[in-house]
Design a protein. Structure first.
Length: 305
């Protein structure tokens, strides 16, 4: 039976006890509304660790739109059932004041001096589109790592830039080891996301255009193209064929040398990244160009946390 904890300090004590007993501890940080993508991270953690815990917290610090925060699905009881079914050891939640005691102002907002630096991987793309987002991500993940002190922490490649931010954070901290797992997709190619539940049936089908655009760039890469413009055009021409999709960006970056702006000249490696909206539902996706099925961003080894 999964252990349910509603206080981050109780979760800290639980984790301390497991580490003291000599076992390895895997950790998956989530905002809940768990789907097959989240559960694939937990299963990977279960395969590689003696104990696994999951945080479920809709973090207000990382939302740049108040309405998006309010609409974000919350289903803690259902999440617990899903985690229990696959053998997760413990899940915990909490409130902003519980995670940051004594660090909020009179209005319940986190004082600016307690925000974490997200590092250079926060530059451009999501960092440009969502003001303060990566500060919020880095701040809560840093606090979660303080509480859990996991052996390994598991993140999904779908949030590509976020994974880089978290890897940089872990490197600066000296751990934990960050494992970035492949994107889980729906049968028609749409990257699994809690926000998919807010798409109507028609838009859910239309949203597969994002994956088709990424595959077009991948096909272009595999045919030998290394100049950014033809690769970008292959994506954008596919996306332009879906009038219901409001494109925010379709870009290329070097996955191992992140830059805020697009790299210049011919590419030796590339990740294609797309963001946009169907109505008020914002979706992101990416693909490492030229990678074989199942290959991923990789993992960053840090010291013990």
């Amino acid at each position: 039976m999964i252990e349910r904890l509603d206080d981050p300090r109780a979760a800290e004590q639980w984790c301390d006890a497991r580490r003291a007993a000599g076992g390895t501890l895997g950790f998956v940080a989530t905002m809940g509304a768990l789907h097959a993508g989240h559960l694939s991270l937990v299963r990977r953690a279960l395969q590689e660790n003696d104990h696994v815990c999951v945080s479920v917290f809709v973090n207000p610090l990382q939302f740049d739109e108040g309405a998006d925060f309010e609409r974000y699905p919350r289903s803690f009881e259902a999440d617990l059932e899903s985690l229990d079914e696959i053998g997760c050891s413990m899940a915990f939640t909490g409130t902003l004041v519980q995670f940051f005691p004594g660090e909020l102002d009179a209005h319940g907002a986190l004082l600016p001096e307690h925000l974490a630096d997200p590092g250079p991987a926060a530059g451009g793309l999501e960092g440009a589109c969502r003001t303060g987002h990566f500060e919020g991500v880095a701040t809560i993940v840093d606090r979660l790592f303080d509480l859990v002190r996991p052996t390994c922490a598991y993140f999904g490649q779908k949030d590509f830039q976020q994974a880089l931010v978290v890897r940089d954070l872990a490197r600066r901290r000296g751990g934990p080891q960050i494992v970035v797992c492949p994107i889980a997709r729906e049968p028609h190619g749409l990257a699994r996301s809690s926000r998919n539940e807010r798409l109507d049936a028609a838009d859910r089908e239309r949203a597969a255009v994002i994956h088709r655009a990424l595959e077009a760039a991948d096909h272009c890469w595999r045919s030998g193209e290394r100049s950014p413009e033809p690769l970008l055009q292959s994506m954008r021409s596919v996306l332009a064929g879906e009038p219901n999709f409001a494109l925010e960006y379709a870009e290329l970056r070097d996955p191992h040398a992140w830059t805020a702006s697009e790299p210049r000249g011919e590419l030796t490696r590339a990740v294609a990244l797309v963001a946009g909206r169907f109505g008020d539902v914002r979706l992101i996706d990416n693909q490492l160009l030229g990678q074989q099925l199942g290959q991923q961003l990789g993992q960053q080894h840090g010291g013990g946390a």
